[in-house]
Design a protein around this ligand. Structure first.
Ligand SMILES: [Zn+2]
Length: 261
């Protein structure tokens, strides 16, 4: 009798587990692709080598069957990519060390496109975040905080997007970013990561990169050149941002998917 009771309890538990954890299936209309394609037009930092891709084999083999294979070479910081905390913090996590639980998280999206349309070098302020929270709710620990500057409309026009398209010269860049005080507020909010639709979390004219240092110093990752931020609501979406898992890497290309509420 005792064994039967145990078996029955086990079966009930297994059934309950099944009911609690159905496999996730998403309506395609709720999925937003938030990464840009990688090709020779993809915007990279002016001092970085551009993306390279070449075909190693491409066509019919001797037996008439198709076979294709290619090689790509990329800087860790170009196109839609992640900045791992070690990028600006010696003791920060490398890209392979970021737990996937931090890369899949609720997303919050602040829209500062109006401020940035008036000032190309606008920097997100703590006041912007505070008024955002009044409108859309407090930022919660573990969320991925995304900044919409409206710069996606310039992609992939390097001159418009970066403010200057001189190869090898990063001294005349002009685009919006996150101010240092706002970065400190996001650290206090314990966000998992911070993303933006420009080439860098620090605005174009920055040479000391204080925002990168503040965020990476708190083991917070960055996402840069994020696409389609205008498709996400201020709250309620989930973001999946999975980078290539290079051991010890400071960043790398990332495929970002937004799941609409
Ligand atoms: Zn980067």
């Amino acid at each position: 009798m005792k064994i039967l009771t145990v078996l029955l309890a086990l079966a009930t538990w297994a059934f309950a587990q099944q009911q609690r954890s159905p496999a996730l299936q998403f309506d395609p209309a709720r999925l937003v692709d938030m990464s840009y394609e990688f090709d020779d037009k993809t915007v990279y930092w002016p001092t970085a080598k551009p993306f390279e891709w070449h075909k190693d084999a491409w066509g019919r083999r001797g037996d008439g069957q198709w076979y294709s294979s290619a090689t790509f070479t990329t800087s860790e910081h170009g196109g839609t990519h992640i900045d791992s905390p070690i990028h600006f913090s010696e003791s920060g996590m490398a890209v392979n060390e970021i737990p996937v639980s931090r890369l899949i998280a609720p997303a919050r999206v602040i829209d500062i496109s109006a401020q940035c349309a008036r000032n190309r070098n606008y920097q997100l302020l703590p006041e912007d975040i505070e008024s955002f929270e009044k409108r859309s709710g407090a930022i919660k620990p573990g969320e991925i905080f995304l900044i919409r500057t409206g710069w996606g409309r310039f992609w992939p026009d390097r001159k418009q997007y970066l403010g200057d398209d001189t190869p090898g010269d990063a001294s005349h860049l002009s685009f919006p970013g996150v101010g240092e005080a706002a970065a400190k507020l996001l650290v206090a909010r314990k966000v998992s990561g911070v993303g933006i639709d420009t080439a860098s979390l620090d605005h174009g004219p920055s040479t000391a990169f204080p925002t990168h240092r503040v965020l990476n110093g708190a083991n917070i990752f960055g996402l840069e050149n994020v696409a389609n931020l205008d498709k996400l609501p201020a709250a309620g979406a989930t973001v999946i941002a999975l980078p290539v898992k290079v051991k010890g890497g400071t960043g790398g290309p990332v495929r970002i998917v937004g799941i609409l509420p």
